[in-house]
Design a protein around this ligand. Structure first.
Ligand code: NAD
Length: 528
């Protein structure tokens, strides 16, 4: 338990008790920030940001460099905090949270200085040839970040560091279920020498997120469910607040007839069950060619039955608990609905109350179809529903038959065929012969289409979200009046008509005629 939590434990103010999802034991409490406290945090951030934006990118990146070193040194301790509140196995905390954050540091250190360098904008317009164009990238000011519980460290860390490196300040509202990971981020950045006002963590539930949106932040990066994302989008529209929305997914996995069944079944099992299936990029539905369907199913069942459920702190645990009981009930409802509509239960399918309140057995369902909730709604739990297809055409149609479009995967021994099919899938990311892992590539843009969201985090597109483009147009002949200024009349009309012909005339004769017309009238005209 950190110092802030201890202090709050002693205080009578409104607070949230945070529980370990594996044991349900309290691991501390955090305050519920009021609307006024959040507005004050944003104001402090605004003042600090003005100085921060004036620093060179090298000075700002020095903080990122120190943070990277501190995080690497303290990786086990930070992983323990993540596992303590999110439940995932320690190895997953290291691989999918700490490693992702460290790689993001490397990406920022390698790219931000060049990204922020003023960029010449060459142009073709003959009338404007005496102008030089430069694109500047300006920080928004204060970025509000609202985070979910499933990746409580890597998501806010990547977004916060990207915002800071590009000259912004951040006010971060973590999930009420996992605030301590964000408080670790705050602590590490302070120890790295960051002005405390440049990253402030404001804890609380939904209303604290709504208050942050209302607080005068200049941009909001929201990661969470589609339902909350829609509410955020409505609130942002009323304020014309720019937003990035990283929302849910129903990611399809397509296994073609030439795929390696052993490899693809291992990928399906890991992709569906890692983090207890609570990953936005999880394999949420699996389509397998009918020629390998039975073989694939038996391989998945055999591998699923070997998985060990338990507390994430046990190094032998493969699958940890789910975050809370409400999520568990949704999973059970989806499984029951699928079975009632004809799916065959091949493994799991039930809660494991012998282990604790929040455990659900990794589940494999065969013969799933699109009448079932499990193939249409985000399940966000350890379930692998599988269905067969006859042709690649049919598989693509099934994959695209969804309101979501976050990611997808295609499995084949013919990479060219995989790449071609990837173009036809409506998703922000399509992996050929891998699942989930592209989130660990900091250069790769992350985000979705359709109900999966708007905008991107990670990579160059993630950097662009943190700045607004300013075009600086600089004229090389300050003592010359522009030809198109006042002083209109027949000569100017003649000149413009000739100029249009000169540039866009349909053949050489027209263009020469246009040049002559334009030059002749040019001599007869003086702008005011
Ligand atoms: P959620 O929508 O319930 O909550 C997300 C955050 O929003 C929390 O911090 C919550 O307190 C806050 N919030 C709640 N009501 C709010 C309101 N009215 N205004 C502003 N903020 C509000 O989501 P969750 O259950 O924490 O997370 C799981 C969801 O997140 C899943 O749907 C998952 O797919 C999605 N997710 C998406 C990505 C991605 O990158 N696309 C990554 C991780 C998780």
């Amino acid at each position: 338990m950190n110092a802030q939590a201890e202090m709050i434990n002693a205080a009578p103010a409104a607070q949230i008790v945070v529980r370990n999802p594996a044991t349900r034991e309290s691991i501390g409490a955090v305050p519920v920030f009021t609307q006024q406290q959040i507005a004050e945090a944003v104001e402090r951030a605004r003042v600090a940001q003005e100085k921060w934006a004036k620093k060179s990118s090298a000075e700002r990146l020095e903080i990122v460099r120190r943070f990277q070193t501190l995080l690497e040194t303290q990786k086990e301790a930070v992983a323990a905090v993540i596992t303590g509140e999110a439940g995932k196995p320690l190895a997953e905390a290291l691989a999918t949270e700490i490693l992702v954050a460290l790689d993001a540091c490397a990406f920022l250190l390698n790219n931000v200085t060049a990204f922020l360098r003023p960029e010449p904008v060459p142009h073709a317009n003959l009338a404007m040839k005496l102008k030089r164009g430069l694109l500047l990238r300006e920080p928004y000011g204060v970025i509000g970040i609202i985070s979910p519980w499933n990746y409580p460290f890597s998501l806010p860390t990547v977004q916060t560091l990207t915002a800071l490196a590009t000259g912004n300040a951040v006010v971060l509202k973590p999930s009420e279920f996992t605030p301590f990971s964000s408080l670790e981020l705050e602590r590490l950045l302070r120890e790295s020498g960051l002005d405390p006002d440049l990253l402030q963590v404001v804890t609380g539930e939904g209303p604290a997120g709504a208050a942050l949106m209302d607080s005068g932040v200049n941009k909001l990066i929201f990661t969470g469910s589609v339902a909350t994302g829609k509410r955020v989008a409505q609130g942002a529209a009323a304020r014309l607040l720019p937003v990035v929305l990283e929302l849910g997914g129903k990611d399809p996995m397509i296994v073609l007839e030439d795929a390696d069944v052993d490899v693809a079944s291992s990928a399906a099992v890991w992709g569906a069950f890692m983090n207890a299936g609570q990953t936005c990029l999880s394999v949420e539905r699996c389509y397998v060619h009918r020629s390998i369907y039975d073989k694939f199913l038996s391989a998945c069942v055999e591998k699923t039955n070997k998985l060990r459920l338990g507390n994430g702190t046990d190094p032998n645990t493969d699958v940890g608990p789910m975050i809370h009981n409400r999520q568990l009930r949704i999973v059970q409802e989806h499984v029951d609905d699928a079975i009632a509509r004809g799916a065959r239960l091949l493994a799991g399918g039930k809660t494991r109350s012998d282990l604790g309140d929040n455990f659900f057995a990794p589940t494999v369902l065969a013969d799933a179809n699109h009448s079932m909730r499990i193939m249409r709604e985000e399940t966000f739990g350890p379930v692998l529903p599988v269905c067969s297809f006859a042709t690649a055409e049919e598989a693509v149609a099934l994959a695209n038959d969804s309101e979501y479009g976050l990611a997808a995967s295609i499995w084949t021994s013919d990479r060219r065929r995989g790449d071609e099919l990837a173009r036809r899938i409506d998703a922000g990311t399509v992996m050929v012969n891998d699942v989930v892992a592209c989130f660990g590539i900091s250069e790769a843009p992350h985000g979705g289409v359709k109900a999966s969201g708007i905008g991107r985090t990670h990579g160059r597109f993630g950097l662009e979200e943190m700045v607004w483009p300013k075009y600086v147009d600089s004229d090389r002949l300050p003592r010359m009046k522009k030809l198109w200024w006042y002083g209109y009349g027949p000569a100017f009309k003649q000149q413009m008509s000739g100029f249009v012909e000169l540039v866009f005339g349909r053949n050489l004769t027209n263009r020469i005629r246009g040049a002559m017309k334009s030059t002749k009238s040019y001599r007869n005209r003086k702008p005011l």
